[in-house]
Design a protein around this ligand. Structure first.
Ligand code: BMA
Length: 382
């Protein structure tokens, strides 16, 4: 080796070292490039934006996890977007000077052709805010608290209904119309003439005993049929090509099987789980670690992304909850994002707002190495 080096002068050596360094830098970057990862998505005809979103999720999860907030820009404590539609506001931004990276919306009541969702967010406003989130580099995810199609009660009306909306069921025509309305809305979310990519998370928390589409009001096989049928209606009948599909059971009780309602590898893009802290952080942390480990294992076997699709502690009365409870529990989980629930009122909020006692803790949470807010997300190169 020495001999070889002696034959070069100092300048030549510097140039060689530079070339070698540049080469190794680019080859490392290439190794990290998500394009090199092979994956299959539910919709073979998905728009290129959907594929980009998938790539972004793969890449970002190597750097940390994106921070999400339900209805982040629709309203917060003491404000509503509709009161000042010239300004995009969020409680998160008011507290830490940056916006969430993930934006959750709920389309419950789109099926009824209402102009507002079940939480009074106008669908026209929602569409604008989805486009705005996407335009600024954010990620959009949608849940669907749809009414009970048999009774016209809400999602929590546990009257059995799934068998009635499957093919041959008494409410089939109604359900097909509902899905058509969902399709029309999702297809209408466009920016510069292109559909905005959306992570769609229907029929969530099916193991939670509170929704008509879940245990014990619907069998696992009917659930799977409903899911597959809904995907086919959206994708094949209504040509909705801007979706990734996320499956998200609720916290697993000891006898629960994460896969019990799993609609199949060809119908799910992202594996998720919803777990809340009901002011018992010890129990919460145990569940988060245990359940995310299961989700991670299944995701690895199936080569799929995974996320913490809903969480939070209502009213945040536990001191340092963000840095001492949730952060350590998810730090090494490998999730792509975490979605905190909505800031609806002083009795029902999950993110800090100006002057709340958890503001300082949340600032420290933001400073942690793995929490990715909007600016962080935009700094990650795909
Ligand atoms: C629930 C609560 C409800 C709300 C629903 C859909 O968890 O926040 O108040 O209507 O989500 O957003």
């Amino acid at each position: 080796m020495d001999k070889i080096f002696k034959s070069y002068n100092k300048i030549e050596l510097k140039i060689i070292v530079l070339i070698l360094l540049t080469f190794s830098f680019y080859s490392c970057k290439n190794l990290d490039k998500s394009n090199n990862i092979s994956y299959k998505i539910v919709d073979k005809e998905a728009s290129k934006n959907v594929k980009n979103l998938y790539d972004r999720l793969v890449t970002l999860s190597k750097n940390g996890f994106a921070i999400g907030h339900q209805d982040a820009t629709s309203y917060g404590l003491g404000w509503n977007y509709e009161d000042n539609p010239n300004e995009i506001k969020s409680d998160v931004n008011d507290v830490v000077g940056d916006f969430p990276a993930v934006y959750g919306f709920d389309i419950g009541h789109i099926e009824l052709a209402h102009s507002r969702n079940l939480d009074s967010v106008s669908f026209d406003v929602m569409r604008k805010l989805m486009v705005n989130a996407h335009k600024r580099g954010g990620i959009v995810t949608v849940s669907w608290h749809l009414d009970n199609p048999v009774t016209d009660g809400n999602s929590w009306d546990k009257t059995s209904a799934v068998s009635d909306i499957l093919e041959g069921g008494s409410q089939r025509a109604k359900y097909e119309l509902w899905v058509e309305r969902v399709a029309n809305f999702l297809n209408s979310v466009q920016y510069n003439g292109e559909v905005v990519p959306i992570i769609f998370r229907p029929f969530h928390e099916m193991n939670g005993f509170w929704f008509w589409w879940g245990d014990p009001n619907c069998s696992a096989s009917d659930y799977v049929k409903l899911w597959q049928d809904t995907v086919k209606l959206l994708r094949d009948k209504h040509h909705v090509h801007n979706l990734l599909y996320a499956y998200s059971p609720n916290k697993l009780n000891p006898d629960d099987d994460y896969m019990k309602y799993y609609p199949g590898d060809d119908y799910v893009d992202i594996l998720g789980i919803d777990i809340y802290d009901f002011n018992n952080s010890e129990d919460y942390v145990k569940s988060v670690i245990h359940d995310l480990e299961i989700v991670k294992k299944v995701a690895a076997e199936k080569n799929k992304l995974y996320a913490f699709t809903e969480t939070g502690i209502e009213k945040i009365q536990t001191p340092n909850w963000f840095t001492e409870v949730v952060y350590p529990a998810i730090e090494n989980s490998g999730i792509s994002w975490i979605l905190f629930w909505r800031n609806a009122s002083e009795d029902h909020f999950y993110m800090p707002y100006k002057e709340h006692s958890s503001v300082n803790d949340f600032k420290q949470f933001k400073a942690k190495p793995k929490t990715l807010f909007l600016k962080d997300l935009n700094n990650i190169k795909n």
